[in-house]
Design a protein around this ligand. Structure first.
Ligand code: NAD
Length: 275
């Protein structure tokens, strides 16, 4: 099997990368940065996002796995202490694969020409450096609302625990093929009115955002941000592609949510009087 390792780049992650690489080569696996079947990210969630975007052109052939060298990650769940165990598991391939939905974002400009198409693992965030954005928000080709505010976030189920959560969005289990639209400080008064709640759209329900004022836009796809001018529309929907994670042990999503956001063993903090 061919594999590649993407490191966060700090000394600790680089050392783990070098050790893993050597172990796996000793097991007769082939290190191939160009066409890997397994990509191991060593670092944090940001490193796995980086690895995803590096190999986004070969999602059908490549599976991902994350080792974290900082605090527990959502995508990076193996710890350096488990390295040998993980290497043996990888060497014993074939492995199980779990697929998570992705978000497709298509940006079209008024000048026509080529459109930009992206896949996001976490989300797209749309803001402006010039005050507030004003969008005609369409769902399935019908006008839904006119949004005016700081911006909008459209996230995947696995990205729902990231930026989306900070914006008050719901946490979605990644077995649900859906995307979630959350607001950043919408203006609500007698002139402007938005739904105010996060919206969860199923597969095939496309959301189209049409800028109603000519402003430059900051459009972030996961951790990459670009500035766009002259934008005609931003189209978002569940992508037909999926990310594939290599699984060597159960990794329940709700356990990860609990461990990341709810203090472990918090029940002992409560005494009878506070119940
Ligand atoms: P980063 O890599 O330093 O990540 C920032 C934090 O977000 C880290 O603690 C990381 O573990 C966490 N994170 C990333 N993906 C996650 C996920 N799916 N579920 C739960 N936590 C997750 O920062 P970056 O490289 O600039 O951006 C990467 C991602 O970080 C973005 O896609 C965004 O979702 C997230 N982010 C969140 C906030 C926030 O919650 N206010 C702010 C900035 C960035």
């Amino acid at each position: 099997m061919k594999f590649a390792i993407v490191s966060k780049g700090d000394d600790h992650s680089n050392k783990i990368k070098a050790t893993m690489k050597q172990y796996l080569v000793d097991f007769d696996l082939i290190y191939d940065k160009k066409e890997p079947e397994l990509v191991i990210s060593v670092g944090g969630d940001g490193t796995l996002l980086e690895a995803f975007h590096r190999y986004v052109h070969r999602l059908k052939e490549t599976a991902f796995i994350g080792v974290h060298t900082g605090h527990l990650g959502f995508y990076a769940d193996w710890i350096p202490k488990e390295l040998e165990k993980l290497v043996i598991e990888i060497a014993k391939t074939p492995f199980q694969v779990v697929e998570y939905p992705l978000l497709e974002v298509i940006i079209r400009s008024h000048s026509g020409g080529e459109e930009d198409r992206f896949l996001a693992l976490n989300e797209t965030m749309i803001k402006t450096p010039e005050g507030s954005v004003v969008f005609d928000v369409q769902i399935r080709g019908e006008h839904f609302e006119t949004f005016r505010g700081d911006g909008l976030c459209i996230s995947t189920p696995s990205g729902s625990t990231a930026y989306n959560k900070a914006l008050g969005g719901a946490i979605l289990h990644p077995s649900l093929e859906a995307i979630q639209l959350t607001e950043l400080a919408s203006i609500n008064n007698r002139v402007f009115r938005t739904i105010g709640s996060p919206l969860i759209l199923p597969k095939h329900h496309t959301c189209l955002l049409k800028p109603m004022v000519d402003r430059s836009l900051f459009i972030a796809i996961d951790h990459f941000t670009n500035t766009y001018t002259n934008v005609k529309s931003i189209q978002c929907r569940v992508a037909k592609e999926k990310i594939r994670f290599a699984r060597f042990r159960p990794f329940p999503f709700w356990n990860r949510v609990r461990d990341a956001f709810v203090a472990e063993g918090d029940a002992h903090l409560l005494d009878e009087r506070s119940l």
